[in-house]
Design a protein around this ligand. Structure first.
Ligand SMILES: NC(=O)c1ccc[n+]([C@@H]2O[C@H](COP(=O)([O-])OP(=O)(O)OC[C@H]3O[C@@H](n4cnc5c(N)ncnc54)[C@H](OP(=O)(O)O)[C@@H]3O)[C@@H](O)[C@H]2O)c1
Length: 247
């Protein structure tokens, strides 16, 4: 099995790469600015006994997407995890003040970029009659956090894309799902402990997930263990619900 994980140079993507490697899968990750970090992840994939590779892909530069998928070679599973976070922080700016260019950039990278990614990887899966696609989304879109409208809106577009693709590609053995992360502890971004504690208290299991927790969900959805689950939006337990951001 060969899996391609976008944004594998960091956080949830890197954890997912290592989780796949531990199952024996060959793993190709993409990086944007983090070539050195990607090389380190590849080293760890190989230490786990799997084959690893890293290719450059920038969702903002659509010309990089097809060539990156081509360099990766035929893939059985695709994890669309990379994200252009954008400049709008939760609560940081009112809706009217989000610049039009920010809306365009978020859609260009996170929606059209991911559509082109799937467009490049899907024909190989169809030919094999087997494939798995997992989009990594965020509770921010569903919960409606004030501020990051473009980011959350783009994530919700991926839900629509996944459901359309599930119907489109299902007849060729390709299952497509969305793994929705809540606030996930990746070690990359630091949040005040008090905020983490308050969010954790509002989750069903009273704890926030780690990158490894998300990786386990993604690997399940994107492997043969997932036998016929498709078109589903699966929320990780770190999603704290609608009231979480009224903090
Ligand atoms: N962590 C959370 O709390 C959380 C919550 C909800 C949803 N999520 C979702 O989970 C996924 C991973 O998040 P994370 O926290 O692991 O993020 P992260 O640590 O910031 O990693 C983001 C990854 O995306 C890549 N990337 C950034 N801009 C890109 C671009 N323009 N083109 C291609 N790749 C690009 C980065 O590559 P380089 O570093 O090489 O530039 C990096 O590998 C994202 O889809 C995010 O929306 C995360």
């Amino acid at each position: 099995m060969h899996v391609l994980i976008t944004g594998g140079s960091s956080g949830i993507g890197a954890a997912t790469a290592l989780a796949y490697a531990r199952t024996g899968a060959d793993v190709t990750i993409t990086y944007n600015t983090g070539a050195d970090r990607a090389a380190e992840v590849v080293k760890r994939i190989e230490e786990a006994g799997a084959r690893g590779a890293a290719v450059h892909l920038d969702l903002e530069d659509h010309d990089t997407i097809g060539p990156a998928v081509e360099r990766a070679g035929p893939v059985d599973a695709l994890v669309a995890n990379a994200v252009r976070w954008g400049s709008v922080q939760p609560g940081g700016v009112s809706f009217e003040d989000v610049p039009p260019a920010e809306w365009s950039a978020a859609m260009h990278a996170n929606v059209v970029g991911n559509a082109l990614l799937v467009r490049a990887a899907l024909p190989g899966m169809r030919r094999k009659g087997w494939g798995r696609i997992v989009f990594v989304s965020s509770g921010i879109g569903e919960e409606g956090v004030p501020g990051p409208g473009p980011y959350g809106t783009a994530k919700m577009a991926l839900h629509g894309m996944a459901r359309a693709l599930a119907w489109e590609a299902g007849r060729d053995g390709v299952l497509v799902n969305v793994a929705v992360a809540g606030l996930t502890i990746t070690g990359v971004r630091a949040f005040p402990q008090e905020v983490l504690d308050r969010l954790a208290a509002r989750t069903p299991s009273r704890r926030l997930s780690t990158a490894d927790d998300m990786a386990a969900l993604i690997v399940f959805l994107g492997s043969a263990a997932n036998r016929n689950l498709t078109g589903e939006i699966i929320r990780d337990g770190s999603n704290a619900g609608r009231s979480a951001h009224a903090l």
